[in-house]
Design a protein around this ligand. Structure first.
Ligand code: IZC
Ligand code: ZN
Length: 428
């Protein structure tokens, strides 16, 4: 007898599978092919996808038993759960006042150099308890889940002492264990030079290399290490030193690269074999070629230049055309991009970076899973993968980018379990 499914999604108007790219990310024209099944069915058992395809195929692999939940997706779009591979999730200290200062002419880096920006969030994060940090981040994760995000990366980087970085990473671990959204931890001790090291920034790099990275590795509190490599923050040489040590300790590497000024960050990410290089608005053409060559994922964060009011050329289009595998993320943080919705980010990727809606969705699913080294289990609807999927109150995948600012998510399934139903959280 066929196995009884726990869950069947029946008759979707469109099922976007993103199938066939678990081993290597989508690049070039592959990004524009969503792998659509019209009239798509999907069955899951024990948290895993058992079959995806037309009704006859799925119903030849499983049976519907008394314990099977059947979700009718007639007229609706189904996609893999969205993956957000770059966020600064855990902090205290929102920065709404900085928005006004920027509108009056101060730049992001001016504000940071004057002890504001990241450093104002650091002051409040140091004062906050783990419980306070956790409560706020949990609310953010709830909103992300309601918007269809089922896996999110979360960086530390607002503690900047060993104890405060460990506090933030422990909060991230707790959230991963308790929240329906899976949370992938990244150590970003090199996010800013804290005031106590203002006159000797290399000593702060020593502290990261000699104490923080080994302690984080020992406690197993992060999977990736990242550096904010930027003019006036950490140089390419300092970033190289930190990331080489991180690599020795077994971390996957990420880099905030060439966001606000050209620094050679893309080249550094390629040289070190990083998993991803993020931002890249000012990356050199040679840097992009190096990323394509080493298959480093370019994580685009189009919410950030939008929110900072920067008027820049559409590098995303250039990256896809150059064969760089591109992913999208929110960059959720209190300074440069306080947005939780991957759908809004997809719209911005289309309108400001000239990606197509299909490319944006590939970047928010399978390629985003690659940016977290999770593409073997996440990012596409294929038999054997984790049953993370979203059902929308829309008939076509283009609506995600097109109906901007509206949350079209109706149902979210995480690991085979319904966690959002009718647009409401239903798990405890
Ligand atoms: O708090 O400003 N870019 N880090 C690098 C950020 C933005 C977060 C922040
Ligand atoms: Zn960032």
């Amino acid at each position: 007898m066929l196995p009884a499914a726990d869950l069947v999604v029946a008759n979707a108007a469109q099922m976007v599978t993103m199938a066939g790219f678990s081993a290597r990310p989508k690049r070039g024209r592959q990004m524009d092919e969503p792998g659509l099944i019209e009239g798509g069915w999907l069955a899951a058992k024990e948290g895993k996808i058992v079959a995806v395809g037309e009704q006859a195929l799925v119903m030849s692999a499983v049976r519907v038993g008394p314990g099977t939940e059947v979700l009718d997706a007639t007229g609706r779009l189904v996609t893999p759960g969205l993956v957000d591979p770059h966020t600064h999730l855990v902090f205290a200290g929102w920065r709404e006042r900085e928005m006004t200062a920027r509108l009056r002419g101060s730049s992001y880096l001016d504000i940071l150099a004057a002890g504001g920006g990241i450093l104002s969030t650091v002051r409040e994060t140091r004062r906050a308890t783990a419980g306070e940090l956790r409560a706020q981040a949990q609310g953010v994760l709830d909103r992300m889940l309601l918007a269809g995000t089922t896996t999110v990366e979360a960086k530390s980087g607002y503690g900047l002492t060993l104890a405060d970085e460990l506090k933030c990473l422990s909060v991230i671990r707790d959230l991963d264990r308790t929240h329906a959204v899976d949370v992938v931890p990244t150590f970003l001790g090199a996010h800013a030079v804290p005031p106590e090291y203002r006159d000797s920034p290399d000593h702060f790099v020593d502290l990261i290399v000699e104490e923080m990275l080994p302690a984080v590795a020992r406690e197993g509190l992060a999977e990736f290490a990242d550096v904010f490599c930027e003019e006036g923050v950490f140089s390419v040489d300092q970033s190289r030193r930190i990331l080489k040590e991180a690599r020795v300790l077994g971390f996957g590497l990420k880099l905030h690269a060439d966001e606000l000024a050209p620094q050679g960050g893309a080249e550094l990410a390629a040289e070190l074999g990083a998993v991803s290089a993020d931002h890249l608005l000012h990356a050199s053409p040679q840097g992009l070629a190096a990323l394509a060559d080493r298959e480093v994922i370019a994580v685009l964060l189009p919410g950030t230049p939008f929110f900072l009011g920067l008027d820049l050329p559409p590098r995303g289009r250039e990256m896809v055309d150059a064969g760089v595998p591109v992913a999208l993320a929110t960059d959720f943080n209190p300074g440069t991009c306080p947005v939780e919705s991957m759908a809004i980010v997809m719209t911005l990727a289309c309108v400001t970076q000239r990606l197509t809606p299909a490319e944006a969705l590939a970047a928010a699913t399978i390629n985003a899973a690659h940016a977290l080294r999770r593409a073997d289990t996440l990012g596409s609807l294929e038999a054997g993968k984790t049953a993370d999927l979203v059902i929308y109150d829309a008939p076509d995948y283009r609506f995600l980018s097109y109906r901007f600012g509206v949350n079209l998510v109706d149902t979210v399934i995480k690991g085979g379990r319904v966690v959002v139903r009718g647009g409401e959280l239903v798990y405890d």
